[in-house]
Design a protein around this ligand. Sequence first.
Ligand SMILES: [Zn+2]
Length: 258
Amino acid sequence: MRAVSVHRDALVVTSRMWQTTATAIRSGGEAVLIDSPYFPDELEALAPLLAQAGFEPDGLLASHGDFDHLLGRLAFPDLALGVGEPTALRLRAEPGAAQRELRDEDDEHYVSRPAPLSLGAVQALPVPGRVDLGEVELELHPAEGHTADGLAVFARGLGLLVAGDYLSDVELPMISPGGSLADYRATLARLAPLVEEADTVVPGHGSPHDRATALRILDEDVDYLDALERGEERPPLPDGRDGKAQQRLHSENLRQIA
Ligand SMILES: [Zn+2]
């Protein structure tokens, strides 16, 4: 797990698993943690790491309902988990699904955990909407397409966009069950003006980018979605996202939109 300071008031922690990011933002003595790392040792190290850096969170947020973004409560079992209303609906409609998927993934990688995942009383937030954090406002923007739910957090005052599973430098656009190509396109179109106003963009998986890099990835993603929509079996994939796993992901995408 590595921690990178992307702003005086924002710290990004990146998991060894899928380069999953967790972003801590602070203002006026308050802090929030968006998404989570994966491995038990990373989750155990998270509270002391954030406390030492001055980012002790008062609340948790998840960008969407995929299990790999919901693990914050394993590090902070006393904090409430905030999610967008569509994510709250999804979690309610599929009770135990996140826990099951986590167990399956753990099983796959021989990972054992000290405690099972409990989401507690999930707090549903309107999207679009706003959350106050100390002296700044966090804007919640809808971000569907990867899944049926999803939000992006724009901390305008910090020039920071936390995009959820979009604009990744390590993963192609992924159309999961519940997601859709049309919604994915709409989300990229919605994120574009926010990226233009951001100094830093944090994807759900991969490295924090500067604006120019995020805009380049956004263009690559639009091109990729065009190729996907045309049903191309072997489209040229963007640099760094053209390995075997991403080719498999592309095949999954083709099946998903068929
Ligand atoms: Zn993810």
